[in-house]
Design a protein around this ligand. Sequence first.
Ligand code: V47
Length: 388
Amino acid sequence: MRAKESKEILQKAINNENLKASELVKLYELDIFTLGEAADSIRTQKFGKKTFFNINRHINPSNICADICKFCAFSAHRKNPNAYQMSLGEIISQAYNSYQNGAKEVHIVSSHNPNYSYGWYMDMFKEVRKACPEIHIKAMTAAEVDFLDRKFNKGYKRVLEDMAEAGVDSMPGGGAEIFDEKVRAYICKGKVKSHRWLEIHRYWHSLGKMSNATMLFGHIESKEHRIDHILRLKDSQNSKERVESKSGGFNAFIPLLYQKQNNYLRVENFPSGQEILKTIAIARIILQNIPHIKAYWATLGLNLALVAQEFGADDMDGTIEFESIQSAAGAKSKNGITKQEIISQIKSAGFIPVERDSLYNEICDYTQDIPQATHANISLSNSAGNVG
Ligand code: V47
């Protein structure tokens, strides 16, 4: 009887009908293959066998943070006493070196460091833009925008307008954690409120810009909290036309699997591999208005991220080059991954590796051993270079 009900809910979800969180949570009762098949058919309709990745560099200017999130092992505290604060020169030189080696995106997110001035942030973006004219700057989580708004009394709209003017191209999806207010108050009291996280992204979208959305799962939240989170994102997405023309909206949803080391969140039960894959598949089924589902290998581990391709995920993020947030909490992602490795792993799993830019324009298709340029003006020798 329950299986019949879950199957009916699945059919309605596939048809994109409006369902409540209490109904959609029943999808978890379905077996993994039924969910996987449904998610895979949506993924295949959208992208066939393509799996996207990019050549990117993560830069985290500081780990000195005014907030304390229980799950965070990155910020400097008793369990991580190595506080640091990079200068503008250091940041520009990291960005420039990666740019020279073929990186197409810098992903710059930081702690909520009370020592940096407002102008310092904007100068950083202007300087990165000057040093790396063609690079895509993906920067500032909505939590950082909210921090700057509160610290400098700017108003979040002004912060976003200044970021756009200083050269920020898109916003990453960090800081979303779990939108449920009770869980949020427990795991990250003091951080941007859920409604404000969504308002910040919506205003960014109204400026004609794209962003991503994350969900931190696998800690103390329930399955219903995950569905509620996913539904709030679905409701906030812009019109199909805006998203397709890349002129405002969420590009990708990224379920971030909680990593448990060196932090202050006590977690008793961790999700099984099956539950993780079901969560990714359910996200693909519900979020038909968000184009991409990212299997972020830094939290899932490379093997599970590869399997996630069969459960609705069509994107593996990128080479990352240097990763500090997840690796501080135990993930094996500190040194990124080489371009050759990501291509060969996607291929071995039976998918087509496609290098993309940050807005998901295709740069190069690696179906054959000889890469096929999909952009006439992209130099093959550059895009085939190893950034690892
Ligand atoms: O918001 C912090 C998460 C996020 C832990 O937009 C943790 O393309 C797991 O948002 N275990 C920052 N996760 C990273 C992020 C991101 C990463 C890759 C791509 C994109 C994108 C965005 O990291 C934080 C928080 O949710 N995080 N601590 C932890 N212990």
